[in-house]
Each structure stands twice: as structure tokens, then as C-alpha cells.
Design a protein around this ligand. Structure first.
Ligand code: SF4
Ligand code: SF3
Length: 541
């Protein structure tokens, strides 16, 4: 195996077993799934160029790509099933093209787009081992940008999937996905073609985040600033981890009046801000810290636990029997809920002791674009009067590697006349600290999940409009942390929007070659994080 798609990648890439817990056969099957997706895309793109499309194929792409995101699916048999489905969808995509074309394709069909025998899991593992990420026939810089594109697509596939669960789709997303994946099979394309496609990937992720923002806010209303309880309520308990709000809503409905309290974990924290979710009085509070602390913390959760998206880790034996996964998230021997019937989770919670009453600290969430625009006048006046000197967007993923203390130190050292905007799970490094306020505006504004980078962009654009300048001219700095592929998608969006001077950490991606890094530095002045003190000094002068 060889995988270097996430920040945890060991010594430039995991080659024996994943630091995340991914076994070699799972890695081979995921590689084969991505390879098969390229093959489907080859035909689906050609069919689209002639005006034919197929919703089943389009949606299958989201499932297949989201499955390969870090910390989503560790179950070889489940991935093998998807590979078999992919062989079938490939055949359907070719048939779709031939039908609209009125004749078979006469050009050269790359190997990835040819039919393949979807045999036993062992046979698929062997096949997958031949189609890994390493490919010496491709120029390393081209390969680097191709991988950036593929990871960006994987990232927004997750967002598009959440939007689809809420019934919202956008054809632009499918069209770009097919075009870009098909392009990775086209040997006639060069480095700058892929650089263009990478920028378009950022644009497509912006479209996807906007779609998800619309899906979430149409369904649950715009988030409003909301205090979230970190203590516990007396009663049975279920912990929900992940990003999917629709799944949480369904669980809230099915547990109403049953004496079960629902707690959020990790990226579910911003759910408390949505009127359509906070109206449930048994949405009790937030439990634990960021995803990488789950094994240590879940042992102390006396109820059922369910993951609806990344990031699941190898479950410890002391909570595995009360752990569930939902949808595409899979861990071998952990019960998966496929669909919206949460009876097994509810029964498990009822059989467990639950919590005693123990009120705790409260933290604030719910500062989406709508809420922040509501106080835009105050914010603008604050900047004009000098009461607010600078904004820092300190956001992104969290992770287990050392070096992430930088983000805590940075937030702690931001001067009192500056506002911190935060989003995604990186906020758990500092969101329990007291930052106070500036004239009634909290100094720490939790914008939401990683996909709510859309809100951050809306806020930045509105500020730029108010001050009649570009986003790069605002007193605003981006201090980002990355871990998995959604962060790649968001980074591409910021680059697509022309955002410069981003500081990225805790380490730079292993899939970026020195030449590609130079390109990013020259064009966007993107740079690695240094020390919190040094970076603050450099930014604030
Ligand atoms: Fe390693 Fe990350 Fe790939 Fe897991 S997803 S195998 S930790 S690079
Ligand atoms: Fe976190 Fe996995 Fe990336 Fe949604 S939950 S940001 S790491």
C-alpha cells in the first residue's frame, strides 16, 4: 500500500499500514475504487458532452469518493461491494455514451475505463494493488496536482453527499467531477491544464458548500448564537459524531419523549445553533473534544455512540459494543445503520446507565453568515473606530500529531483588540477558553463546521464590500490547519478566490512536490506556520 492523502501520512506516505488504522487490503480496495471512478468518469463525461446524464451514476460517484476520505470506511467487504457496484456503473456509463452517440466509441479507451471483472474480494485486493497512487509513468509535478484535484473532489463529495441527504443537488458538481477525473486519464494534458482544473475544483467546492449551506438552512433555519452546555443532564444518552445534520434530526425525532438526551461530538457541535434542531429540548449538550481524543473520551460516555461521517478511529474494546456507524461510515464488526431507523441505537442507549445531572461550562456556537451579517454594522463601526484591529480566521481540521499546539498558542496570544473567527474541528484546541468580547461582540465567533467555510467567505466578502476593498486588503488573516481531504477542497476554494498569505500547518502536504509548492508560494504567498509569537508579530507588525 501507499497512501499520503492526509496530514498523518507517515514519513511521506503510509506504506505498511495506515497511521489512521487503514489496513493494506482496505488501501488497495480504496485505490481500486478511485481508479474505477476515473473509468466511470471517462464515459459519463463523454455522455454529458453529448447531452446525456444519469442520476444513479452521478450519485454513485459521491458515495464512492466520500467512502475513500480519511477515517470514513475501514471495512474491506463494504468497499469491495462498492467496487463491484462501480464495475456495474462503468458498464452503464459506457452504454449511456454509446446510446447518445448512436455508435461505439472509436478513440482509445484508457485501461481504467475498460470493463473489469469484479470478482472475489481477494481478487479485487490484488487488482487494486496494481492501481495505487504511485505511478512513475506520470511527471511528478503533474501527479502532484492530479492528487490535489482528486483529494479536493473527495472532500466536496462528502459535502455534496450531506446536501443530497437533504434532497439538494447541483449538476455543476457532477459535470466537473466527471470532467476532472476523466482528465487524469488523459496523457495529452500538461501541468498547467491540471493547475486550471485544480482552481476549478476550488470553484466547484464553493458551489458545493453553498449548496450544503442552502440545504442545511432551508431545512433547519439559519444558525443563531447559542450557548452549548458542556455538562450533562440526568438521563439516558446518545452521542452523535460527524457532520450530517439530517441524520441528527431523525435521531432527535425518534428519541423524543424517551428519556434519552442527545449529545453532540466533534463537528456536530454547530448543530446546536440551528433553530430546527435546537428546538428539541433533549439536544442536551456537547461532549468531549476533537475527533482524535475519541478513544480516550468515549469510555466515559455511558450511552450509545454513533458516527455519521468522518472521523472514526479504531474503537477501543471498552466502548466498541455501544458504538454504531451510519451510512457510508464503516468499521469491521461495528453495527452499521443503513437508512433512518435508529431503533438499535435507541435500545442500546436505554440499556445503558446514562448520565447523572452535572451542569458544566457553556460555550457559544451559531455565528453563521446570517448571524454575523446581523451585527455587521457593529463590526464595521468597531473596525472604523479602531476597537477591532484585526480578524483571524483560525480554523480547519484537528489531528493527533504534535505541532498543533501552535493553534492554541496562537489563539491565546491574539491581542484583546482582535476577533477570532473559527470553524471545523480545529477549534477544540481553544474553544473552551474565555476570550471575552469587544463592545458586546464575542472575541471568539464559532462559524460552524468545515463546510461553513462558506459562511466565512460570505463574511469576508461582505466586509470587503463594506470597506470597498479586496479580501486580501482586509485586516483579516487565515491561519489554517489541515488533516483530511475536505481541507484540501477548502484550500483550493480560497486559492480560486485569490486569497493570499494563508498560513498552513501543522505540516505541509506530502503530495505537494517542491515545484508545486514554489508555484503556490509565488502566486499566493502561501506559507507554513512558524511560531505563534513570530507569526502574530509578522501579521500585526
Ligand atoms: Fe496514512 Fe492518512 Fe492514508 Fe491513513 S489516510 S493511510 S493515515 S496517509
Ligand atoms: Fe475534522 Fe475529521 Fe477535518 Fe470537518 S472531523 S474538519 S478532521
Amino acid at each position: 500500500m501507499f497512501c499520503f492523502q492526509c496530514e498523518q501520512a507517515a514519513n511521506g506516505g503510509c506504506s505498511k499500514v495506515g497511521v489512521c488504522g487503514k489496513q493494506p487490503e482496505v488501501a488497495a480496495l480504496q485505490d481500486l475504487l478511485v481508479y474505477a471512478m476515473k473509468g466511470i468518469a471517462f464515459w459519463a463525461d463523454k455522455a454529458r458532452q453529448k447531452g446525456a446524464k444519469d442520476a444513479e451514476i452521478d450519485r454513485f460517484m459521491l458515495d464512492g469518493l466520500f467512502t475513500t476520505v480519511t477515517n470514513v470506511d475501514f471495512d474491506a467487504e463494504e468497499i469491495a461491494k462498492l467496487v463491484r457496484d462501480a464495475a456495474h456503473q462503468r458498464n452503464r456509463a459506457q452504454a449511456l455514451f454509446e446510446k447518445v452517440n448512436g455508435a461505439p466509441y472509436t478513440g482509445q479507451v484508457p485501461e481504467a475505463a475498460q470493463p473489469f471483472a469484479a470478482g472475489t474480494t481477494a481478487e479485487l485486493v490484488a487488482l487494486g494493488a496494481r492501481h495505487g497512487v504511485k505511478d512513475s509513468s506520470i511527471d511528478p509535478d503533474v501527479k502532484s496536482v492530479q492528487e490535489i484535484i482528486i483529494y479536493g473532489i473527495k472532500g466536496y463529495a462528502a459535502y455534496a453527499h450531506h446536501a443530497l441527504v437533504l434532497g439538494q443537488e447541483n449538476d455543476e458538481i457532477y459535470a466537473y467531477t466527471h470532467k476532472a477525473l476523466a482528465a487524469t486519464l488523459d496523457k495529452s494534458l500538461g501541468l498547467m491544464d491540471f493547475v486550471g482544473l485544480a482552481m476549478e475544483c476550488g470553484k466547484t467546492n464553493l458551489t458545493t458548500m453553498a449548496l450544503l449551506d442552502k440545504a442545511n438552512t432551508d431545512a433547519f433555519g439559519h444558525p443563531v448564537p447559542t450557548p452549548v452546555q458542556l455538562g450533562t443532564k440526568a438521563g439516558k444518552a446518545i452521542l452523535v459524531s460527524g457532520h450530517d445534520l439530517r441524520m441528527l434530526e431523525e435521531l432527535l425525532k425518534q428519541t423524543e419523549g424517551k428519556g434519552i438526551n442527545i449529545y453532540t461530538h466533534g463537528e456536530m457541535l454547530p448543530a446546536h445553533g440551528y433553530p430546527g434542531l435546537k428546538k428539541y429540548s433533549h439536544l442536551a449538550g456537547n461532549f468531549g473534544g476533537a475527533w482524535q481524543d475519541q478513544a480516550k473520551e468515549f469510555v466515559n460516555f455511558p450511552g450509545a455512540i454513533i458516527f455519521n461521517t468522518n472521523c472514526i478511529q479504531r474503537p477501543a474494546e471498552n466502548y466498541k459494543d455501544r458504538l454504531f456507524t451510519w451510512g457510508l461510515v464503516q468499521w469491521p464488526d461495528v453495527k452499521n445503520i443503513n437508512g433512518m431507523d435508529f431503533t438499535p441505537v435507541i435500545e442500546k442507549a436505554l440499556a445503558l446507565p446514562g448520565f447523572e445531572e452535572a451542569p458544566g461550562k457553556e460555550i457559544l456556537t451559531g455565528f453563521g453568515h446570517n448571524a454575523v451579517m446581523g451585527v455587521a454594522g457593529q463590526v464595521i463601526d468597531g473596525v472604523k473606530s479602531g476597537a477591532i484591529r484585526h480578524f483571524f480566521l483560525i480554523g480547519g481540521c484537528d489531528g493527533a500529531k504534535s505541532g498543533r499546539n501552535y493553534y492554541t498558542e496562537f489563539a491565546e496570544n491574539v491581542p484583546n483588540d482582535c476577533v477570532i473567527l473559527t470553524l471545523a474541528c480545529g477549534k477544540f484546541r481553544f474553544n473552551k477558553l474565555d476570550f471575552g468580547d469587544i463592545g458586546g461582540i464575542p472575541r471568539l465567533l464559532d462559524i460552524g463546521q468545515c463546510n461553513d467555510a462558506y459562511s466565512a467567505i460570505q463574511i469576508a466578502v461582505a466586509l470587503a464590500g463594506a470597506f470597498n476593498c479586496g479580501v486580501n486588503d482586509l485586516p483579516l488573516s487565515f491561519i489554517l490547519s489541515w488533516y483530511e481531504q475536505k481541507a484540501v477542497a477548502i484550500l483550493l476554494t480560497l486559492l480560486h478566490l485569490g486569497v493570499k498569505n494563508i498560513k498552513l500547518g501543522p505540516t505541509l502536504p506530502a503530495f505537494i512536490t517542491p515545484n508545486v509548492l514554489n508555484f503556490l508560494v509565488e502566486n499566493f504567498n502561501i506559507g507554513p506556520i512558524g511560531t505563534a509569537e513570530g507569526d502574530l508579530k509578522q501579521i500585526l507588525g
